[in-house]
Design a protein around this ligand. Structure first.
Ligand SMILES: *Cc1c(COP(=O)(O)O)cnc(C)c1O
Length: 514
């Protein structure tokens, strides 16, 4: 019997009716939903307020002269509006989410429960240290886990995401270079790097130079050697890299970078492949951000929230940004001002108004404590195993650009699609009709028509098997010249093919009404 992607029997013919015109605009339980401004009626209100009589002088002459056009809806209409919108989203709670590089793993409900404990959830960021000892102790404990797991002596907790962590790391490096009285305006990044790496370097005021990849998909050491020099501040590397491959020469890379007097930045977004197994500090890394919302299972997507703490080597620790968390006989406290910093500390400034994303900290620590070091190691190993299982199961029908096993994500290219008339985009969009979020497409750029699949460790073997089955049948159809499924996909989604270029180049972010 055919199974759908959740392992339930699929319903043959269930999609037959979708070509009938709809009367309501909705299609079954797939709801169409206008903007709230289009739905709302002027004068309608979800609650009944008693008449107010606020005198003009109490409002200082600021009384509103006319309606401001807020949409009016009854309470059930408002609830329905947001529930309907939420159902248009794909989420990890709806199905396997194979988006490579993003580590869309299950977010354990235990983490959610703990993050909502009133002592953490209701704490105001401006509460005095005397009223927030527990929260500060939790941050301190999380810092301990991060420094021990990575083998790095210091960690900055305030960055709010991976990209923000990159900025924090490069600003620390810039401060360290300046403190040596040097001028190093260049940052090197491999050509396979995530777009945030060169963007961060440019934003921090550096010029960016690309380092070539070898035919094996790894850093070309000779090219790195020629590009390094006394004007280079840092080399930024992702390991495992964005092709899902471990940079085997990382120790030699670190030595080259340090010999040139530069710092070694590691993009830690792929830490999920090595957490508990490899300590980045042992590899010679000077700064690395950790996406708590990837490796440590705090929820992400839709732009946040995230958390990107940055671990720092002894060479950079002094430059960590404010606030600094200290513990002395009076308990925990945050040092917020340059005047109060301990001897030797030279913070480069601060990354954000407060000390970080408390909700993410609670979730990440809950994940760590519930897994333990061995459990984290097991999670990394299972993530790598899942990806290799996908690779081994599909490499006869799809094409992998690089030889050998992968780490926690598997990269295919589009050479197997050559001459079929089906593109990476068509294939990915057809996955939506099968109830899956597409894999990461066209990234990394070093591979033509890239498809980057990260199953993560939190999927069961049955779930990964169903996913493989769907991709295999689709791939076989492509090869047999059966293109119906791919032309014009997705069909069973609230929206069909969008103009993605226009969506990012000419975004319409404001509803203007009539
Ligand atoms: C996700 C990711 C980033 C950026 O992290 P955000 O938390 O989204 O800012 C950087 N590099 C790589 C390789 C990533 O996968």
């Amino acid at each position: 019997m055919a199974m759908n992607n959740q392992g339930r029997p699929s319903q043959p013919g269930a999609a037959d009716a979708f070509d009938l015109p709809t009367i309501s605009g909705d299609r079954g339980l797939d709801h169409e939903e206008p903007l709230i401004f289009e739905l709302g009626r002027v004068g309608q209100c979800g609650v009944d307020f008693p008449p107010v009589s606020i005198s003009d002088d109490r409002l200082g002459g600021q009384r509103r002269q006319g309606a401001i056009g807020l949409p009016g809806l009854s309470e059930p209409e408002i609830v329905r509006h947001y529930v309907r919108l939420s159902r248009m989203n794909y989420a990890i709670d709806a199905g396997l989410y194979p988006l490579g590089s993003c580590t869309m793993k299950h977010n354990p409900r235990l983490n959610e429960k703990l993050a909502r404990l009133p002592g953490f959830g209701d704490l105001h960021p401006l509460a005095p240290a005397s009223a927030s000892q527990g929260a500060l102790a939790l941050i301190s404990e999380l810092m301990g886990w991060l420094t021990k797991l990575t083998g790095m002596p210091a960690v900055a907790m305030s960055p709010k995401a991976g990209a923000h962590g990159e900025l924090c790391g490069l600003l620390a490096i810039r401060a360290a270079v300046a403190s040596r009285g040097e001028n190093r305006p260049r940052v090197l990044v491999p050509e396979s790097a995530h777009g945030t790496n060169p963007a961060t370097a440019a934003f921090a005021g550096f010029t960016v130079d690309e380092v070539k990849a070898t035919p094996e998909g790894r850093v070309d050491l000779d090219d790195l050697r020629t590009k390094l020099g006394p004007d280079v501040a840092a080399f930024m590397l992702t390991n495992p890299n964005t092709c899902g491959l471990f940079e085997r020469d990382i120790i030699a890379i670190a030595e080259l970078v340090h010999e040139a007097g530069a710092y070694f930045y590691c993009d830690g977004a792929n830490y999920n492949a090595i957490a508990g197994r490899v300590r980045p500090g042992d590899l010679g890394i000077d700064a690395m951000h950790i996406n708590l919302h990837k490796t440590f299972s705090t929820p992400h997507g839709g732009g946040g929230p995230g958390a990107g703490p940055v671990v720092l080597s002894a060479r950079l620790a002094a430059f960590a940004p404010l606030p600094l968390l200290v513990h002395d006989e009076k308990g925990f406290r945050l040092i917020e001002e340059l005047e109060g910093v301990p001897e030797g500390a030279k913070p480069f400034g601060r990354m954000s108004a407060f000390h970080g994303q408390m909700g993410m900290f609670v979730r990440a620590l809950a994940y760590m404590l519930s897994h333990g070091r061995d459990g984290i190691r097991q999670a990394s190993e299972d993530a790598v195993l899942s990806a290799n299982y996908v690779l081994a199961s599909l490499k006869d029908v799809m094409s992998a650009p690089f030889e050998g096993p992968c780490m926690h994500e598997v990269l295919f290219d589009d050479s197997w699609l050559a001459g079929t008339g089906v593109t990476t985009l068509d294939f990915a969009k057809a996955m939506i009709d099968e109830g899956y979020h597409p894999m990461t497409m066209y990234f990394p750029l070093v591979v033509h028509g890239a498809m980057l699949i990260e199953p993560t460790e939190s999927e069961s073997k049955e779930s990964v098997d169903n996913f493989i089955h769907v991709l295999r049948v689709m791939a076989e159809e492509v090869k047999a010249g059966k293109k119906e499924r791919f032309e014009g996909a997705p069909r069973l989604a609230p929206r069909r093919r969008l103009d993605e270029t226009a969506a990012s180049r000419k975004p319409v972010l404001r509803w203007k009404g009539e």
